[in-house]
Design a protein around this ligand. Sequence first.
Ligand code: SF4
Length: 332
Amino acid sequence: MILRNVRAHYSTDHGPVVRAVDGVSFSVGEGEVLGIVGESGCGKSTLASVISLTARPPLHVTSGEMILDGDTIALTDQTDIPQDWHGRKVSLLPQRAMNSLNPTARVRDFVVDVVRAHDATVTPQEAIDRALERLEQLSLPSRVLDSYPHQLSGGMRQRVVAVVSTLLDPGVLIADEPTSALDVSSQKELVLLLQLLLERGFIRRVIYITHDLPILSNIAERIAVMYAGEIVEIDETKSMIRSPQHPYTQALIGSTLDPDPHLRGSRLQGIRGAPPDLRNPPSGCRFHPRCPYVMEICTREAPPLVGDPDHFSACWWVQQQLAGKPFEKAEA
Ligand code: SF4
C-alpha cells in the first residue's frame, strides 16, 4: 500500500484553518505493521480518519491518493469512494471500538449488521457462519456470538470488534489507538490477536496508530514519527528505538518508560515546550522552537528529507551529521 502526499485541514465558515496533516507519504508492505506515533494533537487521529476513508466536514482532504492492490483512489472526495474499498480493502479498528457494540443487541446481530453493510449479498446466516469459522480459527469462544456486550469483559469486547472488523479480509487495517482503554493484559491479548490475524492472512497490513511507543516496539516492523502534521522520521523499529536520528524522536524516546530493555535505567526526560498551534505553525522546521540542536536555517527553511522514502529523517542537523543525501517527496 502506498500513501502519497496527504494534506487535510479543519475549517469552519468563520474559524481559522487547522492544518492537521501536511504532506504525509509512506508505504506499508504486505504482512507489515507500520506504527505511527506522536504526541496528542500531532495529527495521528486525523490521518487515521483520512486513510480509513471516513473523513467528513469540518475535516477536508485537500490532496492525497492511496494505491492498494494495483488500484488507486483519490482521498479528496471521501463521499465518493467505491464501496469495495470500505471494509474489504480498508478497515478501521477505532479507539474504544468496543463501544460500537449495541448494549441491547447480541454480538451476532452486530456481526450481521457489519457484514451486510459492506456486502448486502451476504445472508444473515452466512455472516454468522463466517464469524463462527473465524472465531474458531483464532481459538476464541464461539459463545460470544450469543452474548450481550455487558456479559463480556472490556478486553473480549475489543477483540470481538477486531475480529468482526476484519471478517472481509481487508488489505489494510487502520488500528487507531486500539488499546487505549484496556488494561495491560488486555492490551497484550489484542496485540497477539492482531499478529495472529496477520499470520493467518486474514489481514494483509496494519497501520497501528498510538502514542504508546512500548506497544509499537512489540508489534511494528517500522515506525513513523509524526510531529505537527508531518512525518519527521521513519525507520525500522529496533534501529529507531536504539539510535533515533531526529531530535524529536530522541526526545520522544527519552520521555518514554522502557521502550526497550536496553534503555531501562536511563533517566526519563520530558519534552520541553509544547506542540505548536497548527493554525499558525512555526516557519521552517516546525520543531525548531523546542529543538536543542536548532540552527539558524531551521527557523526559515523546511528541512530536507534525508535517507530514502522508507527510512528517512526530516532534519538539517541529521543531514549535517550524516552528510546524508536529500530526496524529493513524491507528489500525488
Ligand atoms: Fe532541530 Fe533543525 Fe532538525 Fe528541526 S531541522 S529538528 S530544528 S535540528
